[in-house]
Design a protein around this ligand. Structure first.
Ligand SMILES: [Zn+2]
Length: 343
């Protein structure tokens, strides 16, 4: 098992095909947080019987508090699944002050490397608690049971460094950076994108090396962002287009896919190697076309035309290239001309 140094949110890391096998025998009394499909995939691999299996009902805070209050005494929480099962495990570990072991069964979101749990309070997602996996278990065979395009979606929040870091530099030049500017952070973040480019064919095929590249990228991103206290190198205008679309359309999206669409359009707005980055998304197999998400031409057009006033109406969003943009109907028509829409 690898012990990690430096400031990241993974105390130890175990990777390899079959590395989940028998882990339950090391955990003392443990409970599992999971969902139906990931539990079916892993229950016969962990080699011991948990005190309880806690299924995600929903991520509402009062529901989660009740589930934790009703759970039996235990030494460890073993969180197995995607974002919600992992977040439930993180919150459980923090609340009970017990050891956390996380087993992502899909890489579509990076919940497995961040400390706080995303939990719903009413209509809003809030980030609560703080927990560090010991170990984080990356079993390639288990992760490969998830649909490939959802694992590849994990690239979206790393490739967003391309547009977000540009936005931070842009804000700094305009005298509007909300945080002390760090060229070193940007260089380090861009090295993650370079690493992904080198592993493009492995990522596309979801080989061991490709899956590991996504995990390594997430861990490295945290070593940059957690000490800084913000994710400015990774979150910018590409996310803001997603926020606008989400409010407009009122439905969930696969995070990496919609961020991919944002990267494609905002890199064009920025004049930031848009064709190159679009080509890379195709090469790596990151789905990002409006047709993949059932976004219509009319909705995307309206969203882009509204984007600047949307970001300016939200005081919690950082300064980006959108703040100085002139997004005209002509610009939009050209920017979306080579995108794919349904019918
Ligand atoms: Zn994101």
């Amino acid at each position: 098992m690898l012990e990690l140094s430096g400031e990241t949110n993974v105390r130890s890391l175990r990777t390899g095909r079959g590395c989940l096998y028998g882990i339950g025998r090391e955990l003392g009394r443990f409970v599992v947080t999971t969902m139906e499909i990931p539990w079916q995939v892993t229950r016969d691999l962990i080699g011991a019987t948990p005190e309880a299996v806690i299924m995600v009902e929903n991520m509402e805070l009062d529901v989660i508090e009740r589930q934790i209050a009703e759970a039996p005494a235990c030494d460890t929480v073993l969180a197995i699944g995607g974002g919600q099962a992992i977040d439930l495990g993180k919150y459980f570990s923090w609340k009970r002050r017990i050891r956390l072991v996380t087993v992502p069964t899909i890489l579509s979101v990076d919940a497995f490397t961040t400390p706080a749990a995303g939990i719903r309070q009413g209509h809003r997602v809030v980030y609560l608690g703080s927990a560090t996996p010991d170990p984080l278990v990356i079993d390639y065979d288990v992760i490969r049971t998830a649909p490939p395009d959802l694992n590849i979606a994990g690239v979206g929040d790393l490739l967003s460094i391309h547009t977000a870091s540009f936005d931070w530099e842009f804000a700094e030049r305009a005298g509007h950076s909300e945080y002390p500017f760090s060229p070193e952070a940007i260089v380090a973040a861009r090295s993650i994108v370079t690493m992904l480019e080198e592993k493009a064919s492995d990522i596309r095929a979801c080989t061991d090396a490709g899956l590991q590249a996504i995990v390594d990228g997430c861990i490295k991103l945290n070593t940059i962002c957690l000490p800084a206290g913000h994710f400015r190198v990774e979150e910018g205008s590409e996310h803001y287009l997603f926020y606008e679309l989400e409010e407009r359309l009122q439905r969930p999206f696969t995070h990496g896919h919609i961020v991919g669409l944002g990267i494609r359009l905002m890199s064009r707005l920025q004049g930031n190697r848009a064709d190159e980055v679009a080509q890379f998304m195709d090469e790596v197999g990151l789905r990002h076309q409006p047709a993949d998400m059932a976004i219509s031409r009319a909705d995307l057009t309206a969203s882009l035309l509204n984007l600047r006033s949307y970001v300016e109406s939200r005081s919690d969003l950082w300064y980006t290239a959108v703040n100085q943009s002139r997004i005209t109907p002509e610009w939009v028509a050209e920017a979306i001309a080579d995108l794919h829409f349904e019918s």
